[in-house]
Design a protein around this ligand. Structure first.
Ligand code: GLC
Ligand code: GLC
Length: 818
């Protein structure tokens, strides 16, 4: 069953009924001001940081779902008895005669018709501005004139979303607003240490307004039935404490067939410290800085122009890599939606989505480094800055804060460090940056540790410390100690928590000197391979030699203690017992070590990789994707931690944790099984799953973090869409390993591993300033094997396109064969 369809031409997903199984959201904003918006206009906005600078309120976990948003009401002033309605369906949920939501790249348009009044609202955030535009066009399709009242509303958040949701004894007394010249200013705490305020205004003269929630809604009423809208006029209330809101009332008279556009602006503004008040010495906001901004964006011509700029911006981003394959689901994700999701994971890491409250987590060190792997070709300069920001939170030990807050860019002390895989991901992101851009000078950038001035070393030294961090922490089997957790945040082998409410990630009851991770061993080898290539081009043979030996040593340890006979083991617990072994009762085989060890090349030469992948196919693969482990943990295991806290089939306890599936796709491609690699890709591809939207339930245009596993009663149901490492890794798996267009240090490798039935495919890719039009032909229907490559008609040796001498556009032709 479907709730909409893809409009690939327009690069939109079109939702055709408002009651989707869950709110299906989109992101607005590209730079500093952001918002999430659902298909019924739910959601919230923030400046840079969803926790520390939240502009509007949203109520997670509420009934009905998706409460709080950019709500508009329409009222028929000629027929006051007829019910008013929401043209975006929520919050009144009045039946609409027509409804359509189009989520596009950085904008959302919701259009509906009721009783002959057509309403089209386009929500977007222009580039270079800290505000959002709601562009509402009303058209009167009735045979007679219509007199309508429009009410546009937001509920302000008192900036720190955590405090806003908890500290009511204070918050009910601090709220302050001003209303001047048709602009509602939200200025809570502006009197003291804040230099920022929010504003809400529109292009029409206000008939009335409210800034006090109760005055607008009426006592004991909700957003679905505001007293003020029912009455057709607002109270011009000024909020003093309690819940400040912005509610604006505009009247429009429309002749038959007439249309009218009204522009609403919600924005954020900072004032220079010495110029907060005007006149000085008062408590009144200095509005000289913001009034010109408001004037500019209330002009319809300007609004059209900035919307076009936004479209151009996205056209440029999507144009960096476009593919044309025999498979529509591949094309649609790679060319449009996966890129959109990559932008979101870059901007928000795991902080703000319909499932992530924006309060709990800032930017993850591990997460952000992995997100960069898929993002780096889109905006290399931003990727470079992110790498330097991340590296600046690294600790002198080589370890890393697990998270940082985007507003401050400081490591987050509450979570701290000790996730022993974290530092290695930095090596992978830096390598990906150099492979994409060829800009080796990033290694010379001076970066502090723990943001402490005076501690700067070059980025290369940071990478060396990342590697050394693992080597300094080896356990009884010479495998890396796991610390608080590795990639799997919930495999907490030193936690041993028996008190409810303790954090599995930060509680440590063991000294950490025994529990080891085979996963980190594989990741270390992968990172060390990058270091060898980097050092060979930089420090020379000797240092490369050190990493060669380290790999050698680590590989020996994996084969001695990490191989279970038919697959790689996962770990050793604090008693030295294996995790992920056929000797275990639950959790006999895990996906992660199969993925990472094979990606590091282990077992490819001697067939063990093939064997491990066959075990994955047999034991972990389902029609809905590949599960994390099997069997799921049937009870809570003190020695394993959070992984066994989830019921089997959910989250880290054996769901299809999508992030890991592309590792297996890459591994399958590395052993030459293109059919299986692509088949796995399709199982979790949301476009492919669109036709089972009633089962999948999350958005059919973005990957979800998890799909309930075989042991779950809701097998196939997705959760936690949007903010997941799945975005970057799937993009990598399909573009670099299945289609095989892969940046390397010395050029662009072309080495596809595709389903053998494919006749051909083509790719346009911008790489180091060149535009490459690549055509791959597969006349003998093989999966893999490049037999000939020509660049502009001239045959080259091998399959690496080196670009030193090139610029401009080039034709690359590739033939596969046996
Ligand atoms: C979440 C975390 C990520 C972790 C994964 C597995 O996606 O953000 O860091 O690797 O879960 O636990
Ligand atoms: C990871 C996991 C989640 C866990 C969380 C703890 O992101 O996905 O299950 O609860 O980390 O921070």
């Amino acid at each position: 069953m479907q709730f909409g369809y893809f409009d690939d031409e327009a690069r939109e997903y079109v939702i055709t009924r408002p009651d989707t199984p869950l709110p299906w959201i989109n992101y607005l904003g590209c730079e500093d001001y952001f918002g999430i918006i659902s298909n019924t206009a739910g959601g919230y906005s923030f400046y840079k940081d969803a926790r520390l600078r939240r502009l509007t309120r949203y109520r997670y976990n509420n009934a009905p779902l998706d409460s709080g948003g950019r709500y508009i009401y329409l009222r028929d002033d000629d027929a006051p008895a007829s019910p008013f309605w929401s043209p975006t369906w929520q919050p009144t949920r009045t039946p609409l005669d027509e409804y359509e939501c189009r989520h596009g790249m950085g904008y959302t348009t919701i259009q509906s018709t009721r009783l002959g009044i057509k309403a089209n609202t386009r929500y977007f955030i222009p580039l270079g501005a800290n505000l959002e535009i709601w562009q509402l066009t009303l058209t009167n399709q009735r045979p007679e004139a219509a007199n309508l009242s429009i009410f546009a509303t937001v509920e302000f958040c008192l900036w720190d979303a955590m405090d806003d949701a908890t500290n009511f004894q204070r918050n009910y007394s601090v709220g302050e607003v001003e209303v001047v010249d048709g602009v509602i200013y939200h200025k809570t705490e502006y009197r003291e240490r804040r230099d920022h305020f929010a504003f809400f205004t529109c292009s029409e003269k206000l008939s009335s307004f409210d800034t006090d929630r109760e005055a607008f809604l009426g006592p004991y009423r909700g957003w679905e039935s505001p007293r003020g809208v029912e009455r057709g006029s607002l109270r011009n209330s000024i909020a003093h404490g309690w819940q400040p809101i912005g509610a604006m009332h505009v009247k429009v008279a429309l002749q038959p067939g007439e249309g009218r556009t009204v522009i609403f602006l919600l924005g954020y503004q900072e004032n220079p410290l010495g110029e907060k008040f005007d006149p000085p010495g008062t408590q009144t906001i200095n509005k000289h800085t913001v009034v010109p901004v408001i004037r500019r964006f209330l002009q319809p011509v300007e609004v059209s122009a900035v919307f076009n700029d936004l479209r151009e911006h996205w056209r440029g981003l999507l144009g960096k890599l476009q593919v044309h394959t025999p498979d529509i689901h591949t094309d649609r994700m790679v060319n449009i939606w996966n890129v959109c999701q990559l932008m979101s994971t870059f901007n928000f890491s795991r902080s703000a989505s319909y499932f992530e409250s924006g309060i709990g987590r800032g930017m993850g060190f591990r997460d952000s480094n992995q997100d960069l792997l898929g993002f780096v070709h889109l905006m290399p300069e931003q990727a470079r800055q992110r790498i330097l920001d991340l590296a600046a939170t690294q600790l002198p030990t080589g370890g890393a804060y697990h998270q940082y807050q985007p507003l401050t860019k400081r490591g987050n002390n509450e979570v701290g460090s000790g996730f022993n895989d974290d530092p290695l991901w930095l090596v992978l992101s830096v390598a990906a940056y150099i492979q994409e851009t060829g800009k080796w000078d990033i290694l010379d950038e001076l970066v502090p540790y723990d943001n402490a001035p005076g501690t700067e070393e070059n980025l290369y030294a940071h990478l060396q410390r990342s590697m050394q961090y693992t080597l300094d922490r080896l356990g009884p089997h010479d495998l890396p100690l796991i610390g608080r957790a590795d990639w799997n945040d919930c495999l907490n082998l030193n936690c041993f928590s028996s008190s409810p409410g303790q954090s599995f990630q930060t509680t440590t009851n063991k000294d950490g000197k025994v529990a080891e991770s085979v996963f980190i061993a594989g990741l270390f080898i992968l990172a060390a391979q990058m270091m060898i290539q980097i050092t060979l081009r930089r420090a020379g043979d000797q240092e490369a030699q050190v990493y060669c030996q380290a790999i050698d040593h680590m590989e020996k340890a994996v084969w001695a203690a990490g191989w279970d006979g038919n697959w790689f083991r996962r770990a050793y617990d604090d008693s030295g017992e294996p995790v992920g072994s056929s000797t275990c009762k639950d959790g006999q085989i895990f996906i992660e070590p199969q993925g990472i060890c094979i990606m590091a090349g282990l077992g490819i030469a001697d067939g063990k990789a093939r064997q491990a992948l066959d075990s994955v196919a047999e034991r972990l693969a389902t029609p809905h994707g590949i599960m994390l482990h099997q069997p799921g943990y049937t009870q809570y295991y003190l020695n394993l931690g959070e992984i066994s806290s989830y019921p089997p089939g959910y989250k880290e306890n054996g769901s299809v944790f999508c992030h890991t599936n592309p590792w297996i796709m890459i591994a399958e491609a590395m052993v030459g099984n293109g059919a299986r690699a692509h088949d796995y890709y399709l199982r979790i591809n949301p476009s492919r799953r669109e036709e089972i939207s009633d089962v999948h339930r999350c958005e059919p245009y973005v990957y979800a973090q998890m799909i309930a596993g075989r042991e779950a009663p809701t097998h196939g149901e997705a959760k936690n869409s949007w903010l997941t490492g799945t975005a970057a890794w799937n993009y990598l798996a399909v573009t670099q390993w299945i289609l095989g267009i892969r940046p390397e240090f010395d050029g662009l490798r072309i080495d596809p591993c595709i389903p053998p039935e494919w006749d051909d495919f083509s790719v346009e890719r911008i790489f180091r300033g060149c535009r490459l039009n690549i055509t791959v032909r597969n006349p003998q229907h093989v999966s893999r094997g490049v037999t000939r490559v020509t660049v502009d008609g001239v045959k080259i040796e091998g399959s690496l396109v080196k670009l030193e001498a090139l610029s401009g556009a080039h034709q690359v032709e590739v033939w596969l064969g046996g």
